[in-house]
Design a protein around this ligand. Structure first.
Ligand SMILES: Nc1ncnc2c1ncn2[C@@H]1O[C@H](COP(=O)(O)OP(=O)(O)OP(=O)(O)O)[C@@H](O)[C@H]1O
Length: 365
């Protein structure tokens, strides 16, 4: 199933004109405050009727201004996951989950409650009321409720924004499962490039009401025109072992990388996020540095930014790595496309772990 969005809408002082497809998997709408993310989501949800446009999931048309079709929100077959879950406080977790089913049409196969409960690890919570749950537990219940409505599309509007880092880390794997197992496109709004690197199958970067870039996270996060100062790279790697001093060894296409111990067995595939500001370049292989993570690559492109900085894009193995440095440094080092170069990574974040085979939730039809 693919969500197709084409829409134009004008508010006083704001002009939205976007077109994108969200294929199966998780599509992040990513952009700064005021770029139009919520307006797009509200239009897809049916809460806002756009001036013009067409929104469809395959041939299920939600909005088509030319046909004057605009389905009301409750007939759109959407599952919602909001900040804090927005659960009903007077109902138990079980009743909240079953509430989702009311929205599933009679002729659809609703995912099995037990399977969803197992997938989200919420079995011990079923008899409790939302008021007694942690923020992360509430989010998991909200994901379950959305799935049990047998939706054709899941909308998640900054679902982690209200959670602290520890709770975010707890809930992210469940969004990965949802992405990998629900079979339903997920449209996910976020400000956070870390969430994009970890979760996105596709990124739609919005800027001032327009699509600035669309593509896989490695491509869009490396595009300064699309994501501004937050440029980052996504590298693919595989866990090769755990060392006695508490570090985990990973193999990238351009050499080994060490990170703080990762709770994942050898062979696990992970995505690494490296901010462009966290990369230092050296023409020669540096010696005597405290940095552990040094990758050998080749300069693919150098782009001047506005102001004193430039972006240098390296090919490292089959990935690309972007470094931000001053134009003065680029000139002083005599950097040019095609040259071999070493990248010293000051900080490496593990963005996503392979979570292995899990109980499959049958796709909603
Ligand atoms: N009902 C409305 N009437 C007038 N202007 C609106 C309305 N809703 C949104 N806007 C304007 O449209 C622009 C885009 O807003 P929107 O909420 O879609 O941005 P956003 O990317 O979701 O921002 P944030 O990340 O802060 O939630 C803003 O300039 C906002 O002020």
């Amino acid at each position: 199933m693919t969500l197709q969005v084409r829409l134009t809408h004008r508010f006083a002082g704001f002009d939205l004109d976007v077109a994108f497809d969200a294929p199966p998997g998780l599509t992040v709408l990513f952009g700064p405050s005021g770029s139009g993310k919520t307006t797009v989501v509200n239009t897809v949800a049916g809460l806002l009727r756009p001036d013009a446009g067409r929104i469809a999931v395959d041939d299920w048309v939600l909005t088509d201004s030319a046909l004057r079709r605009h389905l009301p929100p409750h007939r759109r077959r959407l599952g919602y996951v909001f900040q804090e879950g927005r659960l009903f406080p007077h109902l138990s977790v079980r009743q909240n989950l079953l509430y989702g089913r009311w929205f599933a049409p009679r002729d659809t196969t609703v995912p099995d409650l037990d399977r969803v409960v197992q997938m989200l690890g919420i079995d011990p919570l079923l008899a409790r009321r939302p008021g007694t749950l942690s923020g992360g537990e509430r989010s998991r219940v909200a994901i379950g409720r959305a799935l049990l409505a047998a939706p054709r599309l899941i909308l998640a509007d900054e679902p982690l924004a209200a959670l602290d880092e520890a709770r975010k880390a707890e809930i992210l794997p469940y969004f990965e499962r949802l992405r990998d197992e629900s079979g339903v496109p997920i449209l996910y709004v976020s400000h956070s490039s870390a969430e994009v690197a970890r979760l996105a199958t596709t990124v739609v970067a919005l800027r001032a009401g327009r699509v600035a870039a669309i593509g896989p996270p490695a491509q869009v996060l490396g595009d300064a025109g699309a994501v501004g100062a937050d440029t980052a790279s996504v590298l693919t790697a595989q866990v090769t072992g755990h060392d006695a001093d508490g570090l985990t060894r990973l193999q990238t296409g351009a050499g080994p990388v060490f990170v703080a111990r990762l709770d994942a067995p050898p062979g696990t595939h992970v995505r690494l996020r490296v901010g462009a500001r966290d990369v230092i370049l050296s023409r020669d292989r540096p010696q005597g540095l405290s940095a552990l993570n040094i990758l050998a690559g080749r300069i693919a492109a150098i782009t001047a930014e506005e102001g004193p900085n430039a972006q240098v894009v390296l090919t490292v193995g089959s990935d690309t790595l972007t470094a931000r440095l001053t134009r003065r440094s680029v000139a002083a080092m005599g950097l040019a496309p095609g040259q071999p170069c070493h990248a010293i990574l000051k900080t490496v974040a593990v963005a996503a772990g392979d979570i292995g085979a899990l109980h499959t939730v049958p796709p909603a039809t």
